[in-house]
Design a protein around this ligand. Structure first.
Ligand SMILES: [Zn+2]
Ligand SMILES: [Zn+2]
Length: 293
């Protein structure tokens, strides 16, 4: 059956509407994966608002599964504007990583407290159920989900979705480069192969599509060490090592215009060609849909 994938928000950190970001989009993290009737939503950034409109148009009642990488603003701000949660017939499963995201529901509802927002979480009409994701494979309808803790301030979780041998991985807000023994040294030789954590290689291994944080260019990264995001070029090394088929560079920096994102993707394509292999790469852009079979 495979996956239908739609990017509803691809920007990192803060929404960036405007003429210079029209191609890749200004809404923050939200990706929809569909397998048959099952709707899996990765993150509730501002892109979630438009997905909500689409889900209400598509079918009734809305039943969906929400996976939150972590509760930073750019991953939860769309939630109060997600129309299906105001509809009593909606059933929304919020999946939390056991022993890692216990407070997630509190944080999701916390941003709707009276000082911040006019409607309270307790007033939402929909049925919202928290479900725990355990270590190892978690069956959700006909999809199997695995999780991994990523390298990010306050932590972030990645999700690997598998269905009938097809694998899609969503892993954002992850500073792969921080695992270098000496980041300064590696920056002096940009061409050198980048060390990537073995556990991360295992997690994404063989993915038909990897959607991952590639926020920074090589030029930007030295100023942003420890901010919790990857250099896009390091992502290429990870994807090649893990024999990923297609890589979507995601969570674009708010300072990057469409031209800069395009240049970032070009640099990654050149690196992938140099490393060999058949990796396909594209910059995740808002509104883009693809089939993964
Ligand atoms: Zn983020
Ligand atoms: Zn974050």
């Amino acid at each position: 059956m495979g996956f239908s994938v739609t990017f509803w928000g691809t920007r990192g950190s803060i929404p960036t509407p405007g003429t210079s970001t029209q191609k890749f989009g200004g809404d923050t993290s939200c990706v929809e994966l569909r397998v048959g009737e099952t709707v899996l939503i990765c993150d509730a950034g501002t892109g979630l608002r438009k997905l909500g409109v689409e889900l209400m148009r598509r079918s009734s009642p809305v039943v969906a599964h929400l996976f939150l990488s972590h509760p930073h603003w750019d991953h939860i701000q769309g939630f109060p504007f997600f129309a299906p949660v105001y509809t009593p017939t909606t059933l929304l499963h919020v999946h939390c990583v056991a022993d890692g995201q216990e407070r997630l529901r509190d944080l999701l509802s916390g941003q709707m407290k009276g000082d911040y927002f006019p409607v309270q979480f307790s007033d939402l009409g929909a049925r919202i159920e928290q479900r725990d994701l355990l270590p190892g494979p978690n069956p959700i309808d006909e999809v199997t989900v695995r999780t991994m803790r990523l390298e990010h301030p306050g932590t972030s979780f990645g999700f690997a979705f598998e269905h009938e041998g097809v694998k899609v991985v969503y892993a954002t807000d992850n500073e792969i480069d921080l695992t270098f023994p000496d980041p300064d040294q590696v920056q002096n030789d940009l061409e050198a192969p980048r060390p990537v954590p073995e556990a991360l290689v295992d997690f994404v291994r063989g993915a038909d599509l990897l959607i991952a944080d590639g926020q920074y260019t090589d030029e930007e990264y030295p100023e942003k060490i420890g901010w919790g995001h990857a250099r896009a070029t390091t992502l290429v090394d990870l994807a090649v090592r893990a024999a990923v088929k297609q890589l979507a560079i995601f969570h674009h920096d708010p300072m990057q215009s469409d031209e800069l994102v395009e240049a970032k993707v070009e640099t990654c394509l050149a690196r992938a060609r140099r490393l060999g292999g058949k990796l396909e790469i594209f910059g995740a852009r808002e509104g883009f849909e693809l089939r993964i079979d």
